[in-house]
Design a protein around this ligand. Structure first.
Ligand SMILES: *[C@@H]1O[C@H](CO)[C@@H](O)[C@H](O)[C@H]1NC(C)=O
Ligand SMILES: *[C@@H]1O[C@H](CO)[C@@H](O)[C@H](O)[C@H]1NC(C)=O
Ligand SMILES: *[C@@H]1O[C@H](CO)[C@@H](O)[C@H](O)[C@H]1NC(C)=O
Length: 372
């Protein structure tokens, strides 16, 4: 594959750069248009959150204090932990967990190849269908005996209980892993470029790694009022025209201090709002924390398959069948060669412009990622 790209490199280079220039002009216009659309929804101040969502500690415990059915309280006991990574999984998603264990979530690989201490745990509730709950639960216990990486609480594992799963993650971190420098929450159908993530986090530590909440940011997103939408939120639950800024739940990272603040917020805020990433935004807003955009954290978006993308990407959404194949391709040691040197950099910028800056809606990284 790389050989072909090398051969076409020289003759197409000029053409690519020209296309890139035209597209970047288009992009600038486009971004301005985007902001214009977003601004209509912005609420000036979210001061109503404390007042409207505030509940007593007793009430908040009744929403979050579920019994642990499977737990590993010593999982974080070892040396300095760089990252505690929670994968939001569901009891039936064994195949996805297996793929993650064999690829980006493999702690031994991360330790050996990257020299980093990362702890990967799968967050679960109980199987939604009561008839099969017993047998599925026995399967989970067997799985956990082999891998020792499940954390399960006694709530029904459904889409509308995702906020309970959010509370599980922050509570578990507070109780058992409060020393980890970072906490990541990820879906079980995303791909994480672990070396890129680890290097990024190690770089942040140099700068102090405080007050950080990074991912794909939704700004001023309005609540969805269509009743048939998965994300429908009724007025009774949230009456304002936009949510506080939040990062897409597919995958985001917070620093230790922010994780502690979010946990504090969960103790006095009403967690009935069942869209977990939106609720996270509400908690953060109450504590004065704002999310930061990173162009290579995807929300719903999927990374294009290309070595120049692998060189930069952090997360990509919508990977189930191709996780192992993508891991193999993205970990190829030749990847760095293709983007190294002046020519390599120019070539990769041109390729990324071609892949990311299309003049119609495209579900991948934003065009500006081509220039970073
Ligand atoms: C969430 O979990 C609780 C506790 O198991 C359960 O009573 C409730 O029905 C679940 N809610 C949804 C929407 O599944
Ligand atoms: C929490 O919010 C839900 C839904 O908006 C509401 O029905 C419930 O009464 C609230 N709980 C408290 C204790 O205020
Ligand atoms: C909301 O309440 C919490 C706890 O009482 C407080 O720490 C925080 O500063 C308040 N946030 C705002 C925006 O008033």
């Amino acid at each position: 594959m790389f050989m072909n790209f090398r051969r076409i490199r020289r003759c197409q280079c000029v053409q690519l750069v020209m296309t890139g220039f035209v597209l970047s002009v288009l992009m600038v216009c486009w971004v301005q248009l985007d902001h214009h659309v977003e601004n209509r929804y912005l609420v000036n101040s979210y001061d109503f959150i404390n007042k409207s969502f505030g509940i007593s500690q007793q009430e908040s415990e009744s929403l979050s204090n579920f019994l642990y059915l499977i737990n590993h309280h010593d999982k974080c006991n070892s040396n300095e932990v760089l990252l505690l990574l929670f994968v939001k999984s569901s009891p039936e998603n064994l195949e996805r967990r297996q793929a993650i264990r064999a690829t980006w979530g493999n702690e031994n690989y991360i330790q050996r190849e990257l020299g980093a201490n990362v702890r990967v745990l799968f967050a679960l509730g109980v199987y939604s269908n009561p008839q099969q709950r017993g047998s599925v639960q026995r399967g989970l216990l067997r799985e956990d005996q082999v891998y020792g990486d499940l954390v399960q609480q006694d709530f029904v594992d459904t889409f509308h209980n995702l906020t309970i799963k959010l509370l599980l993650q922050f509570r578990w971190r507070h109780t058992y892993c409060s020393k980890a420098r970072f906490l990541m929450s990820a879906d079980d159908d995303i791909f994480v470029h672990m070396p890129n993530l680890v290097h990024y986090l190690q770089g942040l530590i140099q700068q102090g790694a405080r007050d950080l909440w990074v991912g794909h940011v939704h700004r001023g997103a309005p609540p969805i009022r269509q009743k048939d939408s998965k994300y429908h939120v009724p007025y009774e639950m949230y009456q304002w025209p936009s949510y506080p800024d939040y990062t897409a739940g597919a995958g985001y990272v917070v620093s230790r201090d922010v994780a502690a603040k979010i946990y504090q917020a969960t103790l006095f805020l009403n967690a009935s709002l069942y869209i977990d990433d939106v609720f996270m935004g509400i908690c953060a807003n109450a504590m004065g924390v704002s999310p930061q955009e990173h162009v290579y954290f995807s929300g719903e978006g999927k990374a294009p398959y290309h070595p120049c993308i692998y060189d930069k990407m952090i997360t990509s959404h919508g990977h189930v069948a191709d996780v192992r194949r993508l891991w193999k391709a993205a970990m190829d040691p030749q990847i760095h060669d293709i983007s190294s040197g002046q020519v390599g950099k120019l070539y990769c910028t041109a390729v990324k412009i071609m892949l990311l800056c299309k003049p119609y809606y495209l579900n991948t990284y934003p065009c500006k990622a081509a220039f970073s």
